[in-house]
Every structure is written in structure tokens, then in C-alpha cells.
Design a protein around this ligand. Structure first.
Ligand code: SF4
Length: 360
């Protein structure tokens, strides 16, 4: 299989060009054509010699996907299924014109995948039931963005790594994709408009802090103490609660960027006044806001054991929980359930229904 040219940084492309007897400066011309003009064939790069165009076509691919399908929700959300060249599939979700209480403006956010499947098996997540297939290349992450912009003929304002996979377990490729996406010369996504959401991979949170990538960090917390967190997210057994919070404090000290805690509310499990007290205590340790997320059913994956027992907290309970956090001085927001009717809401991505939908 040919290498995708979008996986190369500018110095790597320069090095390749020099190795085939071409001038270094051609690298920038090529990258601008790919990322700014969004050409789809090397033949369209008319400002480089024909021999180089032929060389690039013989040695590189431009596109990552063999096939794209989509499914539209009544609330405007669109779920995309991308079939990769090796036959694996991933999903992305476009949440258009989302007015958030927090930003007080419209946003067009794409929720991207970082892995095909996921190894972590969080009890509330449909993707975990698919098991891990492989890490995505940087090009496969970037192409989710470029393809959705092309299909919708519009510009995305925000990217969130909350689709399939644990982004920090594919650190190098995610970092490479973020660096290319936020490169000011390519005008793709503004710095700090990308959020990386992690289940809590401590060594990589520390690396992210040291690397000072221009992103925001979100932590899938879901429980304010170790024991319950381990039940909900088996990976918490390895990455212990106290160390995890210390890594988040370190991240804040290094980057001065507040961290978002994601918190799915489950009826009778993590929705009590004592949970609010613990969360409020955590929120005093590091500047944060807490996003309260309704639990979305994953019955279609036929869950068993603890997973099958999970129930969503009622709307009233979520509102009460939020008010109590606010009373304690904790910034808290209620996330909507965009795309629920097409199984595109948080935790529901499982390549389920798109296989029957139409090709784009
Ligand atoms: S919530 Fe994220 S980390 Fe957990 S299984 Fe799902 S995709 Fe993986």
C-alpha cells in the first residue's frame, strides 16, 4: 500500500524531494496545494514539473478513504462512516450550528475518531464493544476533517477527539495531525479549537503538558473516586485516581489551560449529594468546568453484567446536580444529546446502522 502524503511534515517531504533529486522549496508548494486548495490528484499540482507529479502519484496516495456514507439526524447532526483503505471503518459526527450556553455563539464541531475500535472497554460505550483494530494514521484523522468540509461545503470551527478510540493511546499520530491541522499556513483549524478527550492515560497527559500542543484537554471522569471509576472504566485500575488528578494539575501548571471534566450521570450511581461534594473538592484543585452528559443507551450492543445495569439519570436530576455544583461555585454545563435518533450521541459510535445507508 502507498504511503499517504498527508502523513509527512514539511521537513519530511523536503527530505523526500531531495532524495529524488528535486528542490526542497517544492515541498511547500505541494503542501499548500493539498491543504489549502484541497486538490484530489497530483495532476492538479500544475506549478511543479510533470516528472515530479508522476513521481508523487507513483509513490503516494492523497485520499485515505475507500468509501464514505452518511446518516442525517432530525436535529441536524450528521454521522459519517469512513471505510479505510485496509477495510477497517471509523465514524465521525458533525454537530452543526450548535449554540452553546458557554460560548454564546454558533459552532460547527466535528467529533473525530483516533482509532478503529478501542481497547479500553468502558462499560457505557458502544465503541469499546467493537474491540481494538488499529491506530489511525495522521492522514486518516485529517481526512475526516477535509472530507466533511468538502461534503458540507462549509468550514468547521471546532474539532473534538471524542469519536472512536482513546486519542492518547495513539499519541504520535494524534500529535502529528494536530500540528498539521493547526499550522497557520494551511488555515484549517484555529489553535485551541481542538479538544482532546482522554479516559485518563496518565503518562500521556504529562507528555501532552510537556509538548504544549495547542489543544484543550478534557478528562472523562464519570466518577469522583477510584472504586466507582474502576467499575465504569476498567482502565482506571491501571491509571489510579489520585495520580490522575495530579497529572491534570501538572497539565494545568504547564499549560495554564483549564481542563474540562466530562461526567455522564447514571441513576443511583454517581448522582448523589456526596458525589457533588467530592466533585466540588476536585474542582478547587485545578481550574475546571464540568460537562454533565446524559447517558445514552447502548442496548443495540447487547450489553451484559454491570454494563447492562446502567440507567440514565432523569433530566430533573441532571438539572438539580448542575444547580448544586453551581451553588458550590463550580462551573458546570449540561451537554445536549445531539444525534440520538441515529445513534450518534456520546458513547454510541459502533458502526451500527450506517452499513445499510446510502453511499455519498
Ligand atoms: S469511552 Fe473512549 S476510551 Fe472508553 S471505550 Fe469508548 S472510545 Fe474507548
Amino acid at each position: 500500500m502507498k504511503k499517504n502524503i498527508k502523513n509527512l511534515t514539511l521537513p519530511e517531504l523536503q527530505e523526500y524531494l531531495v532524495s529524488v533529486g528535486e528542490s526542497k522549496y517544492r515541498a511547500k508548494q505541494i503542501m499548500l496545494k493539498i491543504f489549502v486548495e484541497r486538490i484530489e490528484s497530483f495532476d492538479e499540482i500544475t506549478n511543479i514539473p510533470k516528472t515530479l507529479r508522476i513521481n508523487l502519484s507513483e509513490n503516494f496516495d492523497i485520499s485515505s478513504f475507500a468509501n464514505t456514507k452518511s446518516q442525517h439526524s432530525s436535529d441536524g447532526t450528521i454521522k459519517y462512516l469512513f471505510e479505510l483503505k485496509d477495510g477497517s471503518s471509523i465514524e465521525s459526527v458533525l454537530i452543526p450550528c450548535e449554540y452553546t450556553e458557554e460560548s454564546k455563539r454558533n459552532r460547527k464541531t466535528l467529533c473525530v475518531s483516533s482509532q478503529a475500535g478501542c481497547a479500553l472497554d468502558c462499560t457505557f460505550c458502544a465503541t469499546g464493544k467493537l474491540k481494538f483494530k488499529r491506530n489511525l494514521k495522521a492522514s486518516e484523522i485529517i481526512d475526516q476533517v477535509l472530507t466533511v468540509e468538502k461534503l458540507t461545503k462549509s468550514k468547521l470551527t471546532n474539532i473534538v477527539f471524542m469519536g472512536m478510540g482513546e486519542p492518547l493511546l495513539n499519541y504520535d499520530n494524534v500529535k502529528r495531525a494536530v500540528e498539521l491541522l493547526t499550522n497557520p499556513e494551511f488555515q484549517l483549524i484555529k489553535k485551541r479549537k481542538i479538544t482532546i478527550s482522554t479516559s485518563g492515560v496518565i503518562p500521556k497527559i504529562i507528555q501532552l503538558a510537556d509538548d504544549k500542543l495547542p489543544v484543550k484537554l478534557a478528562l472523562s471522569l464519570h466518577a469522583p473516586y477510584q472504586e466507582l471509576r474502576m467499575k465504569l472504566m476498567p482502565s482506571a485500575e491501571k491509571w489510579k485516581f489520585e495520580k490522575l488528578i495530579e497529572s491534570v494539575e501538572y497539565y494545568y501548571r504547564q499549560t495554564k489551560t483549564p481542563v474540562t471534566f466530562e461526567y455522564i450521570l447514571f441513576e443511583g450511581l454517581n448522582d448523589t449529594i456526596s458525589d457533588i461534594k467530592l466533585l466540588s473538592k476536585l474542582a478547587r484543585r485545578v481550574p475546571t468546568k464540568i460537562n454533565l452528559i446524559p447517558y445514552h443507551t447502548i442496548e443495540f450492543t447487547n450489553p451484559t453484567g454491570f454494563s447492562a445495569e446502567l440507567k440514565p439519570a432523569s433530566k430533573g436530576k441532571i438539572q438539580w446536580f448542575r444547580m448544586e455544583l453551581l451553588k458550590n461555585g463550580v462551573q458546570s454545563f449540561q451537554r445536549t444529546s445531539s444525534g440520538l435518533d441515529i445513534d450518534a450521541a456520546c458513547g454510541q459510535l459502533a458502526l451500527k446502522s450506517l452499513n445499510q445507508s446510502n453511499k455519498q
